[in-house]
Design a protein around this ligand. Structure first.
Ligand SMILES: Cc1cc2nc3c(=O)[nH]c(=O)nc-3n(C[C@H](O)[C@H](O)[C@H](O)COP(=O)(O)OP(=O)(O)OC[C@H]3O[C@@H](n4cnc5c(N)ncnc54)[C@H](O)[C@@H]3O)c2cc1C
Length: 504
């Protein structure tokens, strides 16, 4: 989850350039589609792909093609293009293409991974050998306003869905950045806007899916039909043993007057602020989303800290999903009437916002850079804050943003998404230079190793699968982890779908 009210990047000219570059990179990804026709087929790493070419409408790019590396790189959202090389990239045009690719993989004993939007922080879909199946071109959206349901393809992004739903006065708890694709987000759990009021985790707003099995069958899975698959879809994320080709999503009445407040504090008060946040956050209604973020002080607040070296600040943000300003003022009272508010460095004024503004504000701090991300859930914010306060001053980059989000231990229905906590604590290391990969990845890994004893679990979509692979089971309850393994053995007998990253 990335949820930053005013990113340092918004105020930093270098970061602004980075943000503009983000636009360029998006254009490159989009242009991958226009490479259609450049596919060079042949033998690639022992995979004979000619047979597949004749069977699908989409594009097949093998490793010996000149087009391969631009295609491979375009699959990954960030600038870190993980050095893992599938033998073949297949971009499907429709469900028939997906079925043909799965059948081809099974008949030729080839491993396969699915890529929807390519936003996985550690590129879990990018594996060595086998087929990378890109399903991003399945972008249909149908809205049944009477049933408050959206039926979407896996290539749809957050902003696109909520723009269309807004026309029907509906909304969905998408990710916090508008560019984040829904597919991987939903399958991993989905911590999104107004999530506490709308389902606890967005995956529990899936009513039904269309699913291509390892046998190449297209099935429907919901609570009564293929219920085992449905259970796995709701949280199984990057360890899924099939391809979801369509989602039926439960939508909600659109809040008519979303409001936000931002409260600024100097970083050297982190412990005090976190303690106050711990105390006040449970008093918010379910329709208020609240978080604390540590970020670089923007120019007007550069002198906020009294101590040398304190060039960062903490910002406590609350967003109320309400229908009037009066409701917002009431909803914010647990914060505005708490003694913590007296420490604020600037006046606290509720501001009306909309989904687009929320998306934009959250995208600015996430320009095209190299990223390493990690996360825990915790019920013990005091201990976690102590560890953060120790490590943050030594972060190799000042744009590395830790986020403490009030999660409130929501009740979940029965599904693979099982981990939770009072708080969601994530950190987003960002840098530009590839020679610094080890430095930044090492720092964030050390930080989260030290946080592990204070965790109640982790969230698979923002968990450091690359460097804390051994801890991946902590993203699930013990029972859920075992059941996912059993279902994989049952539904993918030929073993064609790659398992969780690092587990083949
Ligand atoms: C800038 C940014 C902001 C983010 N903000 C949030 C946030 O607010 N809240 C949050 O919860 N998360 C957030 N995330 C994390 C996000 O949820 C994941 O990156 C998610 O995987 C993105 O979905 P995707 O479709 O791009 O997945 P991909 O990267 O394409 O795939 C991720 C994994 O899921 C599997 N997969 C994806 N789709 C399918 C499918 N249809 N069938 C079978 N397997 C599939 C892939 O095989 C892969 O292993 C953010 C990420 C970024 C980069």
């Amino acid at each position: 989850m990335t949820f930053l009210p005013i990113g340092d990047a918004a105020n930093d000219p270098v970061s602004r350039r980075g943000f503009l570059r983000a636009g360029t990179a998006v254009a490159v990804v989009a242009s991958a589609g226009s490479l259609t026709g450049c596919s060079v087929l042949g033998s690639s790493g022992g995979v004979q792909v000619e047979g597949l070419k004749g069977q699908i409408k989409g594009t097949v790019v093998s490793r010996d093609s000149n087009a391969y590396e631009p295609w491979r790189r375009s699959m990954i959202w960030q600038t870190q293009k993980f050095p893992r090389f599938p033998d073949v990239i297949v971009q499907a045009e429709d469900v028939d293409d997906i079925v043909a690719t799965v059948n081809f993989a099974r008949e030729n004993n080839i491993k396969i991974t699915t890529r929807a939007g390519g936003h996985s922080w550690c590129g879990t879909f990018m594996r060595n050998e086998g087929i990378l199946l890109d399903i991003s071109r399945l972008q249909s959206v149908e809205i049944d306003a009477e049933k408050s349901e959206a039926i979407i393809g896996p290539g749809v992004i957050a902003r696109g869905l909520n723009e269309l739903l807004g026309e029907e006065d509906l909304a969905f708890p998408t990710a916090h950045c508008g560019m984040v694709p829904l597919s991987g987000y939903l399958l991993g759990g989905g911590c999104g806007w107004n999530g506490r009021e709308w389902g606890g985790a967005a995956t529990y707003c899936i009513n039904q899916v269309e699913f291509v099995t390892a046998q190449g069958e297209v099935i429907i899975a919901n609570e009564t039909e293929n219920a085992d698959v449905f259970w796995a879809v709701r949280g199984g994320g990057p360890g899924l043993f099939g391809v979801v080709t369509k989602f039926w999503l439960k939508c909600f009445p659109k809040p008519q007057a979303i409001h936000q407040i931002n409260v600024l504090f100097p970083f050297n008060k982190l412990n005090e602020i976190a303690a106050g946040f711990d105390e006040l956050a449970p008093n918010f209604g379910l329709n208020v989303e609240a978080l604390l973020v540590v970020t670089e002080a923007p120019p007007p607040f550069a002198n906020l800290c009294e101590e040398d070296g304190c060039d960062q600040f903490c910002i406590l943000t609350a967003v109320a999903f309400v229908n009037s300003r009066a409701e917002a003022v009431e909803a914010f009272k647990p914060l505005t009437e708490h003694p913590l508010a007296e420490l604020a460095a600037a006046p606290i004024e509720p501001e009306e916002v909309n989904f687009e503004r929320l998306y934009y504000d959250n995208e600015v701090p996430f320009p095209q850079r190299r990223y390493a991300v990690d996360q825990i859930y915790t019920d013990d914010l005091t201990s976690v804050t102590e560890v953060l306060a120790k490590h943050l001053p030594n972060a190799p980059s000042r744009v590395t943003a830790p986020v403490i989000h009030y999660y409130g231990n929501p009740d979940y229905p029965d599904g693979a998404c099982t981990t939770k906590g009072k708080f969601y604590v994530s950190c987003y290391a960002q840098w530009n230079d590839g020679s610094e990969d080890d430095l930044h990845k090492g720092w964030i890994t050390d930080l989260y190793r030290e946080l592990e004893p204070h965790a109640t679990g982790s969230y698979i979509n923002e968990f450091n699968q690359e460097k804390r692979t051994d801890a991946t089971p902590q993203c699930y309850s013990l029972e859920a982890w075992e059941r996912l393994k059993q279902l994989r053995a049952e539904w993918d007998k030929p073993g064609i779908f790659h398992d969780f990253y690092g587990m083949t």
